[in-house]
Design a protein around this ligand. Structure first.
Ligand code: AMP
Ligand code: MN
Ligand code: MN
Ligand code: MN
Length: 293
């Protein structure tokens, strides 16, 4: 039998229930074609597509693990001068009917329309009339309007060539269309995931602009709260970032996760199941899926 770290588990993907472009069924078929041994769907702040994905996965014989990606606002304890950092926490193998989790996710989603209106106001001032309606039309799940939908609207208008450029010129700190937002606390996100019987995983650590002291504080706090894993191989990291993420994972005694963070073919650098295996980064990494047997 293959070591677990050689298995092609892809545990971070989005569907149109949040800011992905594919339906649950399309994503399941893509993961299947790409030879995934297991797939998780981890939409932002919603589990609306998990039941549909479970059904599709069962129909094609693909192992499926329920998931979610929770938006968190985090501040290192005592670091009151610094603005909050947005951190994403993935919850895997969750009971999607758990009431504590569902109420928590609902509370995280609740500010998104108001935030979207404020984003739109700034973009209108920057010369993009009626942009709210365009972005809203791109959001299939109306509760889940996010910056990606605004980015797609800007691309559709020909203002920017692609999503990446949209996030360079707009929607990010210091640019038009950036509204600081208060998401869940780290403690709440981890506790909702645990209440639902799931495993909490820090998503794409290399994406956060934190000093090494702040990283240590985040990982320490996460572990104390009961967090268990961190993504090492993700489509949101460049391949040259895998080794450092793997070293930090081991240093903190966390389990390693892997996922494309797939949103769509023209938007994400890699398709589900198409990244390096954990064993190719470091044979000593312990995959988070060892908990799922
Ligand atoms: P929101 O939760 O509405 O703030 O949107 C966050 C989402 O925007 C992330 O999950 C990514 O899908 C997308 N995003 C953020 N920054 C970038 C970027 N630089 N390039 C492409 N997509 C991005
Ligand atoms: Mn996203
Ligand atoms: Mn994320
Ligand atoms: Mn994601």
């Amino acid at each position: 039998m293959k070591p677990l770290s050689e298995l092609n588990f892809d545990l971070h993907n989005h569907t149109s229930a949040s800011d992905g472009l594919l339906s649950a069924d399309e994503l399941v078929h893509l993961a299947c074609r790409n030879g995934c041994d297991a797939l998780s769907i981890t939409d932002h702040d919603t589990v609306a597509n998990i039941a549909a994905a479970q059904k599709s996965a069962a129909a094609v014989g693909l192992r499926f693990i329920s998931g979610v990606e929770i938006s968190v606002s985090w501040m290192a304890a005592g670091d009151i001068d610094r603005p909050l950092t947005t951190i994403h926490i993935v919850g895997l193998n969750i009971d999607v009917n758990n009431k504590i989790l569902l109420a928590g996710l609902q509370s995280v989603r609740s500010g998104r329309i108001r935030r979207g209106q404020e984003i739109a106001k700034q973009l209108v001032d920057a010369g993009q009339p009626d942009i709210f309606d365009d972005a809203y039309a791109f959001a299939e799940n109306k509760e889940m309007l996010g910056r990606t939908h605004f980015a797609r609207a800007l691309v559709a208008r020909g203002i920017v060539p692609d999503i990446g450029a949209a996030f360079k010129r707009f929607l990010t700190q210091g640019n038009p269309g950036y509204i600081p937002h208060r998401w869940a606390s780290l403690a709440d996100a981890v506790s909702w995931i645990r209440a639902a019987g799931g495993v909490a995983v820090i998503a794409h650590p290399a994406r956060y602009k934190l000093s090494s002291t702040e990283f240590d504080a985040l990982f320490d706090e996460f572990k104390v709260l009961g967090g268990q894993g961190v993504e090492v191989v993700t489509g949101s990291h460049a391949p040259n970032e895998y080794a450092a993420a793997g070293a930090r994972c081991k240093a903190f005694g966390l389990l390693a996760s892997r996922g494309a963070d797939f949103h769509g073919q023209l938007e994400t650098p890699v398709e589900p199941g198409k990244m390096a295996l954990l064993s190719e980064v470091d044979r000593d990494l312990v995959p988070v899926w060892q908990l799922f047997r």
